[in-house]
Design a protein around this ligand. Structure first.
Ligand code: AMO
Length: 434
């Protein structure tokens, strides 16, 4: 196709070819307008019936909304047009016609259920406010990558088809791998740790994780995107510093580069990167504060995990991002190191948004004997993980890291009600296509 001008760049005096979707058709009798939309914006095309060719006017009036068309013509200034300019056409071509019945209305005048939207994501992403979410997600990922690079991290990609799980046996998706049992990976956990003993020392990965969670909730996906970090020679406190820096960079990137998208979402006024340092609250203090809110039916006791209600009660009170540190060892995975002074306590931490958990992390157990003991305590067979444990016998530095859910970050950043809004094609209990 010959070169085209983006509608946003059409300037009075230009002779242009624009191509895009028919957003709206208005026939006012003697005059008709088409609004053409492309990735950059929209532009009005004017058809004064007396002055234009009959065929041209007929093509314009017969076209169905959302068809793809090409328009060649002159750009003129017009104060009454939505963008202050319009095209006076000399040629209109319907490149790809749309059916008159659309499964959803991309102009957004008629609301659609989330499931209808997800079934027809192509049309759904023609809406400015939906497209904005994914432009923001892309900018968030770009900023995060850049921030990792400035922290001297190397980006890695690790296998998603694996022999063992890491995050609890019940949440694995089994597959067959040339007749052998294999699984979709739940986390790059073991691979990123293996890189710590390599020459890389400090790595990050942005990639899919698979969780066979049975529950269908507004905050869980069966395939999510994890932003993982791991570094040699730091402890959990250093890992929290890096985590805070990355989350802040994500917000700052969006604030600096996505004003148009934030406006489309009605968030331009209120959106702000977090300024205050993220407080670090111990697990013990967290359960005391949750109990003191009186929001829960039953008081929490030491060793309990935090329910959704508990997280919400504390989040409301803290009112900003915060870490929960020093979790009980028994509820953290085998790879998390215990506190040196009290083995009931772990070095594990979570980063919380007032609405929900965003990150888990901690210092790792790098001492071979302790690692093997940890497997046994959790009822796991260390032999199955030999490819991993073995490398702890050949010089493994102390290290720490974390995993951040990309969709949860977008969801909380933009105040989305449902995590599915932050994924183009979500995978959940019911949804396997598109
Ligand atoms: P965890 O299992 O807590 O930790 O996962 C880390 C973060 O990933 C996101 N996440 C999810 N998001 C949507 N749907 C899900 N089903 C889902 N599961 C997890 C969350 C969560 O906080 N290996 C450790 C990380 C580490 O220690 O480095 C891990 O995977 O935002």
């Amino acid at each position: 196709m010959e070169s085209r001008t983006h509608t946003a760049d059409a300037t009075p005096g230009d002779h242009v070819t624009v191509a895009g979707w028919v957003h709206e058709i208005r026939d006012l009798g003697g005059i008709a307008f088409l609004i053409v939309r492309d990735g950059s914006g929209k532009i009005q095309v004017k058809f004064e019936k007396d002055e234009r060719d009959d065929d041209l006017v007929e093509t314009a009036l017969d076209v169905q909304r959302e068809s793809v068309i090409k328009v060649i013509g002159d750009v003129e200034e017009e104060d009454r047009a939505p963008t202050g300019v319009e095209i006076v056409p000399e040629e209109v071509e319907v490149i790809s016609p749309a059916d008159p019945e659309l499964p959803l209305d991309p102009s957004g005048k008629v609301d659609a259920e989330l499931s209808t939207r997800l079934d027809n994501r192509t049309l759904d992403l023609r809406k400015e406010e939906v497209k904005a979410i994914f432009e923001i997600r892309a900018e968030m990922l770009r900023s995060v990558r850049e921030a990792f690079r400035s922290l001297d991290c190397t980006e890695i990609n690790t296998p998603k088809i694996v022999a063992t799980g890491t995050e609890g046996g019940t949440e694995l998706f089994p597959i067959t791998y040339f007749g052998r049992e294999a699984f979709m990976n739940q986390s790059p956990q073991l691979f990123k740790q293996l890189m710590i003993g390599s020459g890389l020392e400090r790595v990050f990965e942005i990639g899919p994780i698979f969780r066979a969670e049975e529950h269908n909730t507004p905050r869980h996906l069966n395939e999510a995107t994890s932003i993982d970090f791991e570094s040699a020679f730091i402890d959990e406190s250093g890992a929290m510093d890096a985590c805070e820096e990355i989350v802040r960079a994500a917000y700052e990137g969006v604030e600096a580069n996505c004003q148009k998208e934030l406006e489309a979402l009605g968030l331009a006024e209120e959106f702000a990167a977090p300024e205050e340092e993220f407080p670090r609250i111990s697990y013990e203090e967290a359960i005391e504060r949750i109990n003191a809110t009186g929001e829960l039916d039953e008081q929490l006791v030491w060793g309990d995990d935090l329910s959704t209600e508990a997280e919400r009660a504390l989040g409301e009170e803290v009112g900003q991002h915060y870490f929960i540190t020093e979790w009980p060892s028994e509820i953290k995975p085998f790879y998390i190191k215990d506190n040196d002074d009290d083995e009931q306590l772990s070095t594990g931490f979570d980063l919380m948004h007032p609405r929900l958990e965003l990150v888990s992390g901690g210092q790792r157990e790098h001492r071979y004997e302790h690692l093997i003991e940890g497997f046994e305590q959790q009822g796991l067979e260390p032999e199955a993980f030999e490819y991993y444990t073995k490398m702890f016998r050949y010089g493994m530095p102390p290290h720490a890291g974390w995993g951040l859910g990309a969709e949860r970050l977008v969801m909380t950043m933009l105040g989305l009600d449902n995590i599915r809004e932050a994924v183009i094609f979500p995978r959940d209990r019911q949804r396997l296509s598109p």
